[in-house]
Design a binder for this molecule. Structure first.
Ligand code: ACO
Length: 362
């Protein structure tokens, strides 16, 4: 059977930074609490829509793979924060890239979305349905964050990451995978006013129903169990011994959740990739951003045995045991950047404050 190989990778982080100290002016919190309870020091706030972040990450991944947009058969964007419900973010990305031979679809499994998309794309490539997929995780989650709610305000950020998945005869690819869901507790992490179940007249007088609302400790407990269990099962499926795993690239939601997952896999911290301090939780984008940075930092060797694991709204979770290909250097790069932005982070968030309430020193 044909194998699937990740041949390109890229990321796009908007330039505007919201630090823990900035948050001290918005909610009753402090840098010490955020750092010790989550590992986050700062996060990015986007001045452009999700599809623009996704497009640039996608261009960088295509350049790294050394292919053109016309070679792509499928653009798959994992996101729970698309620019519009119709069209999909993927359709906008397909058009921005000029991927004229590609189908385009969004997938929403919240923070687990990228792994769902990667697993499905690898399966389609291995089954011979397509040859080349551009798989992107992209979010502008801060659009849905109420910066008067300290339980969520400190956690999330915006960004995008992308990979190119191509058919190959090389060994490797997806060796084990799991996708899971428990919708019975969907309301411990949700945005109740963001869809067609919403009474729009009531929403007018209660904007906060549009915001992400979360029972942090409940989510935490379930994340630790689901990510740990799924990670060990995919390693087992792959037929790997635990000590053969070269690196864990987990969803970046909380360093304590990451540490617990690493302990289940008996992995030393040197075998775990963590960049949460810089970006917070960018939902579906954390894993492709982390993979890109792990490659840029020389942390992925040819043939590396990687475990990916994620958990998020739904509740959803996913894990994959993935054997990387022989090339860990990009074939090319693009010098394109996002359009510039003016003003500081608080002026960028002014529309959010006008909608949900709050603002500096309110
Ligand atoms: N700053 C200061 N104090 C705070 C803050 C804050 N930002 N938030 C809560 N506290 C306080 C609480 O009020 C509480 O105070 P009390 O003891 O006086 O009542 C105390 O800190 C402890 O609160 P907990 O909520 O129990 O804190 P916990 O250690 O659980 O940490 C956190 C909270 C960081 C949210 C953690 O539960 C967590 O990471 N949960 C998982 C979140 C997650 O991973 N989401 C991912 C999915 S995202 C997706 O799918 C889109």
């Amino acid at each position: 059977m044909t194998n699937s190989s990740i041949t390109g990778w890229g990321k796009c982080l908007p330039p505007t930074v919201l630090t823990n100290h900035d948050l001290e002016a918005l909610v009753d919190t402090n840098d010490d609490w955020i750092t010790s309870r989550t590992g986050i020091k700062e996060r990015r706030i986007s001045h452009v829509g999700t599809s623009e972040l996704a497009t640039l990450a996608g261009k960088r991944a295509l350049a790294a793979a050394g292919i053109s947009a016309a070679d792509v058969d499928l653009v798959n964007v994992a996101t729970c924060t698309p620019d519009t419900l119709i069209p999909s973010a993927a359709s906008l990305v397909q058009n921005n890239l000029g991927a004229s031979n590609a189908g385009a679809v969004d997938q929403n499994a919240a923070c687990s979305g990228f792994l769902y998309s990667l697993i499905m794309a690898c399966g389609m490539v291995e089954a011979g349905v397509i040859e080349t997929a551009l798989v992107i995780g992209a979010e502008r989650l801060t659009y849905f964050i109420d910066f008067t709610d300290r339980g969520t305000a400190v956690l999330f950020g915006d960004g995008a990451g992308a990979v190119v998945v191509q058919a190959t005869d090389e060994p490797g690819g997806l060796k084990g995978s799991e996708m899971g869901s428990d919708g019975s507790v969907a309301d411990i992490l949700w945005s109740p006013g963001s869809g067609t179940a919403t009474n729009r007249v009531e929403l007018e007088s209660d904007h906060k129903r549009m915001a992400v609302s979360m029972n942090g400790p409940e989510v935490f407990k379930r994340a630790v169990k689901a990510m740990g269990d799924a990670s060990t099962r995919v390693v087992d499926q792959a037929g790997w011994a635990l000590d053969e795993v070269d690196i864990l690239i987990p969803h970046q939601a909380n360093t304590r959740i990451i540490d617990a997952t690493a302990r289940r896999l008996q992995l030393d911290s040197s075998k775990v990739f963590v960049n949460i301090a810089s970006y917070g939780n960018t939902s579906a984008a954390t894993i492709p951003i982390a993979l890109t940075e792990a490659l840029e930092a020389g942390r992925i060797e040819p043939g590396a045995k990687i475990v990916f694991a994620a958990f998020g709204g739904g509740l959803s979770w996913a894990a994959a045991a993935y054997e990387f290909g022989s090339r860990v250097e990009p074939l090319g790069e693009t010098d394109e950047e996002l359009p510039p932005t003016e003003g500081d982070v608080m002026s960028l968030l002014a529309e959010n404050f006008a909608y949900f309430g709050g603002g500096p020193n309110q």
